[in-house]
Design a protein around this ligand. Structure first.
Ligand code: TYM
Length: 344
């Protein structure tokens, strides 16, 4: 992939992001993505969707997919997204994502997709048995972003490569169809200590929905006891906390817990160490557990309350889809003309 100079894109700033409805949301999703959505909505026009078309790149039970979508929507609302401010919708309600993805399939190069590490991780040893959709997944992700001409994409560190691909696709499209700055080259927003939350059982593995051990992650729906127990049992080392962030090098588990504390408290890792330097995990873990319970406890409760009224969630998603389509449809109409389609 090529490095590009920043494009003088003249359109408005716009935020877009999404989460797949493929399992319980965890602390990594919250700190890497969700917590930023609620903040950004007050600064920039914000579109947040549930990626149900991405979800089916791996088998999903059709009888459950709708309720999985509602759960993610409930998590958005419970973590502070306001449907009067942000546009919240389900990807499958806006067919323009899929249409633009087809055009982008013809713009992206096989060599670009061959480099995507997330496909390699997910396909594992069974590449030939993976769906074609799993392979072209990042192309659909580029369409999700660019169909709204979004310029800012709040995500965790693991999505950075997909954002680079999105920029490459935007740049090649603009060039191939002689449409300078038609699409912006969007930036990934990955700042902060929560950008890469690691497993509680293994400081070298990402906290993930697909980890077979539930002890490896804190779910947004865990109750206070479960949260406290998982923090208590989190893997650590016997040394006290150091005075500086550099002192955490080579101590992956310690670094992770300090980063989680910092992200939950809205502080830097240096500030956290300023308070806890010299203390062992026997003292630090109960403080972290209390903090996690105080932040996450109300979210789980609010999600349960919202999910008791699925019709209201559907109403919000329906209204969001209308707003999203009103923006996506003109982009696709312009793309049809640029590409020269008969139906353009
Ligand atoms: P998904 O559903 O895997 O994850 C949702 C968001 O959570 C972030 N995340 C993490 N952040 C920090 N630490 C972790 N351990 C951690 N695990 C997950 C992810 O980076 C993500 O921001 N491909 C996307 C969904 C998507 C999308 C998009 C995102 C589809 N189209 C367009 C942005 C824009 C995904 O699978 O996220």
């Amino acid at each position: 992939m090529t490095d590009q100079a920043p494009a003088p894109y003249a359109g408005p700033e716009r935020v877009l992001s999404g989460v797949q409805p493929t399992g319980d949301l965890h602390l990594g999703n919250y700190l890497g993505a969700l917590v930023k959505f609620g903040r950004l909505q007050h600064e920039i026009e914000t579109f947040i969707f549930v990626a149900d078309m991405h979800a089916i790149t791996e088998w999903q039970d059709p009888a459950k997919l709708k309720s999985q979508v509602r759960e993610i929507a409930a998590a958005y609302l419970a973590t502070g997204l306001d449907p009067k401010v942000a546009t919240i919708f389900a990807q499958s309600a806006v067919p323009e994502h899929a249409e633009l993805a087809w055009v982008f399939n013809c713009v992206a190069r096989l060599g670009w997709l061959d480099r995507m590490t997330q496909f390699k991780d997910k396909a594992g040893k069974h590449k030939e048995r993976s769906s074609v959709g799993l392979y072209t997944y990042p192309v659909l992700q580029a369409a999700d972003i660019l169909v709204y001409k979004a310029t800012k994409v709040p995500v965790g560190e693991d999505q950075r490569q997909h954002l680079e691909l999105t920029r490459d696709i935007a740049q090649k499209f603009n060039h191939d169809f002689d449409a300078p700055n038609f699409f912006p080259l969007p930036d990934a927003l990955t700042q902060g200590p929560g950008a890469r939350v690691m497993s509680l059982r293994d400081g070298s593995a990402k906290m993930s929905k697909s980890d077979p051990s539930d002890q490896s992650r804190i779910n947004l729906t865990d109750d206070a006891d479960a949260i406290a127990q998982k923090v208590r049992k989190a893997r650590t080392d016997p040394d006290p906390l150091p005075e500086t962030v550099e002192g955490l090098e080579g101590r992956a588990e310690a670094k992770n817990l300090v980063a989680i504390y910092a992200a939950l408290a809205g502080r830097t890792e240096a500030q956290v160490l300023g308070e806890f330097a010299g203390q062992g995990f026997g003292a630090f873990k109960p403080k972290l557990a209390d903090l996690a319970v105080s932040v996450l406890g109300p979210i789980g409760g609010e999600m349960r309350r919202l999910l008791a009224d699925p019709a209201e969630i559907d109403r919000i998603l329906g209204a969001g889809a209308e707003k999203a389509r009103a923006l996506a449809a003109p982009t696709v109409a312009e793309v049809r003309k640029l590409v020269g389609f008969w139906a353009g």
